[in-house]
Design a binder for this molecule. Structure first.
Ligand code: MOS
Length: 766
């Protein structure tokens, strides 16, 4: 079932469109490049990640990882480990408390919790991936725990494991759905369309697996109180969903689990679902009857947390002489193990970007014996745009047309596969604006047409695309008689500036100065709602909830004012009011109104509190909604060594209204940097014989460093989307989309070599 269908089935009635922004017409805080409210805490190191917390009587845990991909633990000897200094307990499948299996991610039912895998947590001797935990050691100190973990002796009975993508891809199957969307779409006849074409491209694009490398490795601190309730500090993108997952695993009532995640050091999807270390830590704390901290080492993150799937994608494009597509084929094979269910949505961009009378889209999955693959920034769209946008570039050369012009020619007037109207779409404008700023027009299209000594210089473009997502969300809002407001919800702050933009927006809605509004987040108990920072949804989802809560509060205040003798708001209608200067006033009339303090004091109330859920995201069902952008990249490729340096970058985005220019720019830059890593340096090296990741460290898995990244200019068209709650669509993930293709296209322009396999390392260019 599609996500949208799920949402619509649970929705009884929706409130009409068009009422969204009435309180935001005047000049407000939203959009301003305000400095983050937590900037000082961040800079001074006061914004602590999970593993930086210390609590009394804390014990420390370390894990033992399997060294086979499939089979059984035939013997496990923990004697030496148990008698090692400081050791409190060693848990294996033999003495592990009985736990329920984790609830597998179900995007249609977010409230039930979400784990990346539904494998039981250390409940039997079976091994399902190379690196699966087979024991957890708890000691007085971290060093003692790690030392003792090395003393656990494990024998395995190995079974043949499915670990080779190349050997097994012929057996790939079509999954029941891809994130709720159909896995196969066929419109018209692509055979006919390809025959009719006067230019064709038909190529296979390969992307490796990628691993998560957030600045903060995952960590958990678990603590059971005397009533049997569980409190967990966890690096998670959703404190709420982690709490629900743990409640199910430990057979607790939802309110018996509290998950706290005040600051998260980057998530990118890797902290979006529950991984085994969190319940393992909670189980260990239960057994030793002390709080336990489990901080994953960098290597442990590779063993315990999945990454982006390897993928093989075919794009075939046919076009008539005028450049119009006659056929578009995008098929893709990705991997997932049997204990997970995630076909990464690599074909999503091809469903929505270009007009073609004939379309064929198909995704398949190969089941491998690996850790669960998972979301990684713009999962699907990032690798999908590498293939699609590389192919568009190839087609532009085949047609001898400018690649930007080719995209303009194929701009659809409605969504090519759903038939929906676009809520707003200004991709062509983004290209025009970006091209002008980047100096695209001075580019000679011929490869190898520009050089600087030994360096060949090339320019490339590609389209960035990420769908608009908004989920139902709830906030608790309290307005006090002293004129201060507090907004509470279990949102996550993983580096984006969550509190800052939420305060900007709530202050605008309430007509309060910024310093009178607080935003509380990172605690599963703040409101009963499955809020998560993922899918670039959180800002819009919460804005819609805040809007609804503020409307409720204003209605209540108006009622209160009506009861107060002599109130200047007596007889006023809600529609005639605006929130400003710390109160409610008749629109346009400077002094006809009252401050919140006056109303609440007049009504003898200390505060007013509401808990409100947003209106359902019906706009997603009615319209094709996405953020779009144009990526411009300049590379310098050394003719003798094949070294590629990205020397200039510009991204022009059509993402609607921008909530905060400073934090938004930073989000997009971060995405582009990840895209440059994806294009040039990052790659998970997977030993197919053993099914083991062999480069689990930042020394061998190369993320870009400062010297690899030029100045990145980010432009926003900033034109509000009237169908989004505040006029804005997501910007957290779109930066990575199109980025790898822009690099590959620039490398082609520089060298005449078309690289269809990432990363573009120098061996591929020599
Ligand atoms: Mo994002 S990959 O939804 O955290």
């Amino acid at each position: 079932m599609s996500l949208m269908k799920t949402v619509s089935d649970t929705v009884v009635q929706f409130l009409p469109d068009g009422k969204h922004n009435s309180l935001l017409d005047r000049d407000g805080f939203l959009g301003k490049p305000l400095v983050r409210v937590d900037a000082e805490a961040k800079v001074k190191g006061k914004a602590r990640f999970t593993s930086e917390f210390d609590i009394p009587n804390l014990a420390h845990a370390a894990l033992v990882f399997s060294t086979i991909a499939k089979g059984k633990v035939s013997e496990i000897d923990t004697e030496r480990a148990k008698h090692s200094p400081g050791v409190l307990e060693v848990l294996t499948w033999k003495n592990m408390p009985k736990l329920e299996a984790p609830p597998l991610v179900d995007i249609g039912d977010l409230a039930k919790g979400m784990a990346a895998s539904n494998l039981p947590v250390l409940q039997d001797a079976s091994v399902h991936w190379n690196g699966q935990p087979v024991a957890i050691v708890v000691s007085e100190t971290l060093e003692q725990a790690e030392d003792a973990a090395a003393l656990v002796e494990v024998d395995y009975t190995a079974e043949p494991a499915a670990t080779s993508f190349d050997l097994l891809k012929a057996e790939a199957v079509v999954p029941s759905d891809v994130l709720g969307e159909p896995a196969v779409i066929s419109i018209g006849s692509v055979e006919k369309g390809m025959q009719e074409a006067s230019a064709r491209v038909d190529q296979v694009y390969l992307t490796p697996a990628y691993n998560h490398n957030a600045i903060e490795p995952h960590a958990t601190i678990a603590l059971w109180d005397e009533n049997g309730s569980l409190v967990v500090l966890d690096s998670t993108q959703s404190a709420y969903m982690t709490s629900r997952s743990l409640a199910l695993i430990f057979r607790l009532k939802p309110d018996e689990v509290q998950v706290l995640a005040p600051f998260v050091g980057g998530g990118f999807g890797g902290k979006g679902s529950l991984w085994t270390h969190t319940p393992l830590c909670a189980a260990a704390a239960n057994v030793v009857k002390r709080p336990v901290k489990l901080s994953l080492s960098r290597e442990a993150v590779y063993r315990m947390v999945g990454g982006r799937t390897r993928a093989e994608q075919r794009i075939a494009l046919g076009a008539a002489r005028d450049g119009k597509l006659t056929a578009l084929i995008h098929t893709g094979i990705t991997t997932t193990p049997s204990h997970a269910r995630y076909a990464e949505q690599c074909t999503f961009p091809a469903r929505h970007l270009y007009a073609s009378p004939n379309v064929f889209i198909e995704q398949k999955i190969v089941n491998l014996d690996t850790i669960a693959n998972t979301w990684m920034r713009a999962p699907g769209e990032s690798i999908g745009t590498f293939a699609l946008e590389s192919a568009l570039d190839e087609l532009a050369y085949a047609l001898r047309v400018d690649p930007i012009e080719l995209r303009r020619i194929n701009e659809p007037d409605k969504d090519p596969t759903t038939g929906h109207e676009f809520s707003a779409r200004r991709l062509t404008e983004a290209y025009r604006c970006g091209a002008e700023k980047f100096g695209w027009d001075s580019r000679k299209p011929e490869p190898r047409s520009r050089r600087d000594g030994d360096w060949l210089i090339g320019l490339g473009v590609a389209t960035a695309y990420y769908p608009y997502l908004r989920f139902p969300a709830k906030v608790r809002m309290c307005l006090y008689a002293d004129g201060k407001a507090v907004v509470q919800t279990p949102a996550a702050e993983m580096g984006m500036g969550t509190a800052t933009v939420q305060i900007q927006h709530a202050a605008d809605r309430l007509g309060l100065p910024l310093e009178r509004v607080s935003f509380h987040y990172g605690d599963s108990k703040l409101a009963d709602t499955p809020v998560m920072a993922g899918g670039s949804n959180q800002t819009a989802s919460l804005f819609a909830a805040v809007q609804a809560a503020v409307e409720d509060i204003h209605h209540e205040l108006l009622k209160m004012a009506g009861q107060i003798p002599g109130s200047s708001l007596a007889g006023a209608k809600y529609e005639d009011l605006e929130a400003r200067d710390g109160g409610l006033y008749r629109k346009g009339e400077k002094s006809s109104g009252e401050t919140y303090t006056e109303i609440l004091r007049g009504a003898k109330q200390d505060f007013i509190q509401v808990e409100r859920e947003s209106d359902p995201p019906i706009e997603m069902m009615k319209y094709s909604m996405a953020s779009y952008g144009a990526q411009f990249c300049e590379v310098r490729v050394h003719e003798q060594t094949g070294e590629v340096r990205v020397s200039r970058w510009l991204c022009c985005l059509d993402s609607g209204r921008v909530a905060n220019l400073r934090t938004a720019t930073s989000q997009v830059r971060g995405g582009i940097i990840m895209g440059i890593g994806m294009a040039l340096t990052e790659e998970t090296l997977f030993d197919e014989r053993r099914g083991r990741i062999v480069n689990p460290s930042l020394a061998e898995y190369h993320v870009p460093v400062n010297r690899d990244i030029p100045d990145i200019e980010v432009l926003f068209l900033g034109i509000p989307d009237e169908h989004a709650p505040y006029g804005g669509r997501g910007i957290g993930e779109i930066g990575i989309t199109g980025a790898a293709a822009a690099v590959a296209n620039a490398v082609y322009h520089a060298t005449g070599k078309r690289i269809r396999q990432l990363p573009i390392t120098l061996d591929k260019l020599l």
